[in-house]
Write a protein that binds this ligand. Structure first.
Ligand code: EPU
Length: 416
C-alpha cells in the first residue's frame, strides 16, 4: 500500500494542467454501451476509477483501451449483461451501466452498491425512474435485475436532483419509445456534457442544463469522438492549495464551472484572475473565515467540502461548513484534528475555529476528497506528514504527487 510523505509549510508556485473530469468521463464511458460501434473519448484522466470502469466494460464484452489519455470503447460485441459485486463495491459509479444496458439489450444484472465510508447512499431514484419507464426490477442475491422488452417514455420527478439517477435515466430514455420528462433533474456540468454527447450521438434531448429535461426517444445512436470537460473539483483543490501556500496558475480549466468556489475564495481574501480556460490565484496573507453550505450545482460542491475545511482550519476566526448533499461526509475531521485543526461536528454542520498553524502528523485517507483535504493540510502544516491509504486519492486525482511536485511541494510516494 502506498503512502505520501509531505514536508509542508513551504511556499509553492508555478502552473498546473487540469485533467479531464472523473465524474464526467465515468458516465460517458457507459454511454458508449448504447452504441453498436467504436466511441473515442479524449482527455481521459488516468485514474483508478477510469481503470475500474474500463475493467467493467471489458467484463461486459465492450473492448475498452486507454492510450495517452485517449480511450477507445467498442461496444459491438457485448456478451455479458452483468456488473459484478467485486467491481461495484469498489466504485459506485459502476451503477451507470444499468440504464444503457437495459435500454439497448432489454435486461441487465447489476450488483447493488453497499454503503460507503460516509453513509448509506441509496439508489432508489434510479430504480423508481426505470420502473416508470416500464422496467421490471427485482433484487436477487444482492443483484438488481432489470428487464424490459422496450422502455416507454414517462414523467419522472426526483425527490432530490441526483446526479447519478439523472445520468442513468437519461441513458435509458434516449432509446425509449416516446417522450420522457425528467423533473428536478441534476444540472451539474458533467450531466450537461452527458446530454450534449448523447445528442451528438443522435439522441433528442431538450432542456439541457435546466431542472426539466425532455427526452424524445430514438431507435439507435451513432459512435462519435468526445472530449471530456476539465475537472472542476481537481481545479478547486489546486486553487485552495494556491490560496494557502503560493501563486499558481491552472491551465485547461473552466472558470464558469467554478463560479461559487471562486466567489468564496475571493471572500476569503484571494486575488484571482481568469480567462476562458485558465485561473491564477495568489497566496492570501491573512485568510478570512468564510462559511459554506454545500448545494447542488451551481452551489458550492460537496466534493470540495473537505478541502475547504482544511483551508478554514487556518483562517482568522470561526467558520462553519454545512453539507446538505451528504449529511455524514465528515470522516476527514478526526484526521485534520490530528494535524492540529480545531473542528467540532454537530449533525451535518462543522464549526471550525481557525488556528495559527497546523503541525505534521501521521494521518489516514478515508475517501477521495478526504484525502485531498489531508494533502492540503499537510502542505500547510509545518514538518512531516505521512498520509496512508492513498489508493483513495488515486481514484480521483490524476498524477497528484507529480502535479504538486511541479509546484514545488516536497511530496513523495512511498510503497510501504
Ligand atoms: N440519493 C438518494 N437516492 C438515490 C440517489 C441519490 O437518496 O437513488 C441521495 C444521496 O444519498 C445523496 C444525494 O441524493 O444524499 C445526492 O446524490 P447523487 O445521486 O447526486 O450522487 P451520486 O450520483 O451518487 C455524484 C458524484 C459524487 C458527488 C455527488 C454529488 C459521480 C461518479 N459521483 O454521486 O462524487 O459527490 O454526485 O455531487 O459522479 C466524488 O467525486 O468524490 C464523489 C463522491
Amino acid at each position: 500500500m502506498d503512502k505520501f510523505i509531505i514536508n509542508g509549510g513551504k511556499k509553492i508556485s508555478g502552473e498546473v494542467n487540469i485533467s479531464g473530469a472523473k465524474n464526467a468521463v465515468l458516465p460517458l464511458m457507459t454511454a458508449a454501451l448504447l452504441v453498436d460501434g467504436k466511441t473515442t473519448i479524449n482527455s481521459v484522466p488516468d485514474l483508478r476509477d477510469t481503470r475500474t470502469m474500463m475493467r467493467l466494460l471489458n467484463i461486459i464484452g465492450a473492448e475498452a483501451s486507454l492510450k495517452a489519455n485517449s480511450m477507445c470503447i467498442n461496444a459491438s460485441k457485448i456478451n455479458n449483461l452483468e456488473a459484478p459485486y467485486d467491481l461495484v463495491k469498489t466504485m459506485r459509479a459502476s451503477f451507470y451501466v444499468l440504464g444503457p444496458l437495459l435500454a439497448r439489450f432489454g435486461e441487465v444484472r447489476v450488483s447493488l452498491p453497499g454503503g460507503c465510508a460516509w453513509g448509506p447512499r441509496p439508489v432508489d431514484f434510479h430504480l423508481k425512474g426505470l420502473e416508470k419507464l416500464g422496467a421490471e426490477i427485482s433484487l436477487e442475491s444482492g443483484y438488481i435485475m432489470a428487464k424490459a422488452k422496450r422502455l416507454y417514455g414517462n414523467k419522472i420527478c426526483f425527490d432530490f436532483p441526483s446526479v447519478g439517477a439523472t445520468g442513468n435515466i437519461l441513458m435509458a430514455s434516449v432509446l425509449a419509445r416516446g417522450e420522457t420528462c425528467i423533473e428536478n433533474a441534476a444540472k451539474e456540468p458533467e450531466i450537461v456534457q452527458l446530454c450534449h454527447v448523447l445528442n451528438n450521438m443522435g439522441a433528442n434531448i431538450g432542456g439541457i442544463g435546466s431542472s426539466k429535461i425532455i427526452v424524445n426517444g430514438v431507435d439507435n445512436l451513432n459512435p462519435i469522438d468526445i472530449d471530456v470537460i476539465p475537472d472542476r473539483i481537481e481545479a478547486g483543490t489546486y486553487l485552495i492549495a494556491g490560496a494557502v501556500m503560493g501563486d499558481i496558475t491552472l491551465n485547461n480549466c473552466n472558470p464558469k464551472h467554478l463560479k461559487d468556489v471562486l466567489d468564496k475564495l475571493k471572500l476569503a481574501g484571494a486575488n484571482i484572475s481568469s480567462n476562458e480556460n485558465s485561473i491564477s490565484i495568489n497566496k492570501i496573507d491573512s485568510i478570512s473565515a468564510v462559511d459554506v453550505t454545500t448545494e447542488v450545482y451551481p452551489g458550492f460542491p460537496t466534493d470540495l467540502q473537505a478541502q475547504w475545511m482544511a483551508f478554514m482550519s487556518i483562517a482568522n476566526g470561526r467558520s462553519s461548513i454545512v453539507d446538505t448533499v451528504y449529511h455524514d461526509r465528515f470522516t476527514h475531521i478526526p484526521e485534520l484534528i490530528r494535524l492540529g485543526a480545531d473542528i467540532r461536528l454537530n449533525g451535518n454542520k462543522a464549526e471550525i475555529n481557525g488556528v495559527e498553524k497546523l503541525i505534521g502528523a501521521q494521518v489516514m485517507s478515508t475517501d477521495i476528497r478526504a484525502s485531498a483535504a489531508l494533502i492540503l493540510g499537510a502542505i500547510i502544516a509545518e514538518g512531516k506528514t505521512e498520509i496512508s491509504r492513498v489508493y483513495h486519492i488515486d481514484r480521483g486525482y490524476d498524477s497528484i504527487e507529480k502535479k504538486f511536485q511541479s509546484l514545488g511541494v516536497d511530496i513523495v510516494r512511498v510503497n510501504e
